[in-house]
Design a protein around this ligand. Structure first.
Ligand SMILES: Cc1cc2nc3c(=O)[nH]c(=O)nc-3n(C[C@H](O)[C@H](O)[C@H](O)COP(=O)(O)O)c2cc1C
Length: 146
């Protein structure tokens, strides 16, 4: 099964989480593509079937720089993507007003576009705790849904 991991980071945490998921998925037989978020545009994204999104939040509730172009395209898109299954990890910090704003906004938009969430979003507060457990469960669920 092909898995696309898409991440947006400012200081490296989301990339590390994405890389750990990459290793785990490969060890379980997935064929993995891992890319920075802006690698995709809405058309390439639309072709994907199994997607993991890992994003932190910067500024005031915003998507990190390396995801902004993609996010702007996704945000204004109105065409459903019902064949896309996804899971999302949002990194943030509750000391900021808009906790995990980037991850929450992306997830809300994917729901609007009728994408299929295979696992509850994981929201991390100031660390990356729980990401390994979430990753194991996410991959199990993807196998069940496929
Ligand atoms: C300048 C700055 C702004 C941030 N803004 C937010 C925010 O609005 N909401 C939030 O939940 N976390 C915010 N954070 C916390 C980061 O999202 C969090 O530290 C995350 O783990 C960073 O992951 P990264 O290394 O992948 O970028 C901010 C951090 C910094 C340094």
């Amino acid at each position: 099964m092909i898995l696309d991991i898409i991440y947006a980071t400012q200081s490296g945490n989301a990339e590390e989480v994405a890389q750990n998921l990459n290793l785990l998925a490969r060890s379980k037989g997935f064929i993995v593509n891992i890319n920075e978020m802006n690698f995709h545009n809405i058309n390439s994204f639309r072709q994907l079937r199994n997607v993991a999104i890992v994003t932190s939040t910067y500024g005031e509730g915003e998507v990190p720089e390396m995801g902004i172009e993609f996010w702007n395209e996704l945000k204004s898109s109105k065409t459903d993507i019902p064949n896309l299954r996804y899971g999302l990890i949002a990194l943030g910090d509750k000391s900021h007003e808009i906790f995990c704003g980037a991850g929450r906004a992306i997830s809300k938009k994917l729901e609007e576009l009728n994408c299929k969430k295979v696992i509850k979003n994981l929201e991390c507060d100031g660390d990356t705790e729980g990401t390994q457990e979430w990753s194991i469960k996410f991959l199990e669920n993807l196998k069940k849904f496929n």
